[in-house]
Design a protein around this ligand. Structure first.
Ligand SMILES: Cc1cc2nc3c(=O)[nH]c(=O)nc-3n(C[C@H](O)[C@H](O)[C@H](O)COP(=O)(O)O)c2cc1C
Length: 363
């Protein structure tokens, strides 16, 4: 089943962000914003193969996030092939291949956005992931090493504890790609035409090159042209093969997303504008959300984080807390306290004070 084709248009999804779109934040985004699709942080395929317990926290999710897509990255088709089987077994609705990460540690090894410069390898990887899904549908985790099967089973049990209903049957989950408009130079249309050869179910394109990293502004003109190329491909193929295309980069609000839609674009993914603002997907501006509600959600987020991940991972939450607590008298002081918090109880104590002070100010 290709859920990408079923989503109502325009699609407004949560962009994958390493260190940000973990299970606790995606749950909060799903509950308060209801994006049409969410993607996990990128997960390294070599890491998956070696199956350390730590990495598998990245595979946790809740039922309300669906459709939820696991994003994977690497440079070796053989590892992608195995990772695809694990993603299928864990009940995700799709698997996405990262061809967009510009960071040195990732791109220097030929992974992420560096794949734009090695199109043959990029296509091999798409094929390997599709083959991994197909073989998993046929034979399950046959031929997967026992340690990885054990880790996958342990993660499945954890998901069941979280209330996830794992699909009763193995499904042909769609394989998608998230990428950029180029490596050094802009090659959006050529690059999309290359990717179309392997028919990914969805292509999301960020309107910057690898070289640009996050500087300048996203080039939406290039994204419209890429969307047109996908539309042209679609017009020559059957409706069952229809490939969707999402634009990405600098979308600040739902109104902004609407303005950026063009005839051939199916939707957008929103990244940074969702920091501390899961309500963005419902069309609210940050200032529309009362401080009391932001405090309540920050506390809920903290407890959820503490429930899902071990104590030493609590530091990952601190930036989220800072993002919620902006734009009111004394916010800087509150953030300074939150960045030192070590557990949910401390967060609750710090935020309880804010609430009282603010109410006093109101009076
Ligand atoms: C902190 C951070 C982490 C990111 N991690 C990923 C990632 O794991 N996978 C990915 O495809 N893109 C990643 N991105 C890129 C975003 O998904 C998105 O393409 C980019 O931020 C542009 O969209 P925006 O302007 O709406 O944020 C990351 C971006 C940021 C800021």
């Amino acid at each position: 089943m290709n859920f990408w084709q079923q989503l109502k248009k325009p699609v407004i999804g949560l962009s994958p962000m390493d260190g940000v779109t973990d299970a606790p934040f995606r749950y909060i985004a799903a509950k308060y914003g209801e994006p049409d699709v969410v993607l996990t942080e990128f997960i390294n395929v070599n890491g998956i193969y070696h199956a350390p317990e730590q990495l598998f926290y990245d595979f946790l999710y809740h039922e309300i996030e669906r459709p939820v897509v696991a994003q994977i990255y690497g440079n070796d088709p053989a590892f992608f092939y195995i990772a695809a089987k694990v993603v299928g077994e864990l009940g995700f609705d799709g698997v996405d291949i990262n061809m967009g990460c510009p960071s040195k540690s990732v791109a220097a090894s030929g992974s992420g956005a560096a794949l734009i410069a090695t199109p043959d390898l990029a296509l091999d990887i798409v094929r390997a992931v599709k083959q991994g899904v197909a073989d998993w549908v046929k034979d399950g985790l046959k031929d997967v090493r026992p340690e990885l099967i054990a880790q996958t089973e342990a993660t499945k049990n954890r998901l069941i504890e979280l209330g996830v209903s794992l699909p009763a049957e193995r499904r042909h989950i769609p394989v998608s790609v998230k990428t950029r408009i180029g490596y050094k130079d802009v090659v959006a249309v050529d690059w999309v035409n290359t990717l179309l050869k392997e028919e990914p179910a969805n292509i999301t394109m960020h309107g910057r090159t690898l070289k640009q990293m996050y500087t300048g502004s996203a080039d939406w003109e290039q994204l419209y042209r890429a969307a047109d190329a996908v539309a042209e491909w679609n017009s020559a193929h059957s409706s069952e093969q229809r490939i969707t295309f999402l634009g990405n980069g600098d979308v600040q609000s739902l109104a902004d997303a609407d303005k950026r839609m063009s005839g051939n674009m199916d939707g957008v993914l929103i990244g940074r504008a969702s920091f501390g603002h899961p309500w963005i997907f419902k069309g609210l501006d940050f200032d529309d959300v009362p401080l009391q509600e932001r405090i309540a959600v920050a506390i809920e987020h903290a407890h959820l984080h503490a429930r899902l991940k071990p104590e030493q991972m609590f530091v990952q939450l601190r930036k989220h807390l800072g993002w919620y607590m902006k734009g009111f008298h004394g916010a800087a002081q509150v953030r300074a306290e939150l960045v030192r918090s070590e557990n949910a109880e401390q967060v609750e104590r710090i935020l309880a004070q804010v609430e009282t002070t603010e109410i006093m100010l109101d009076n």
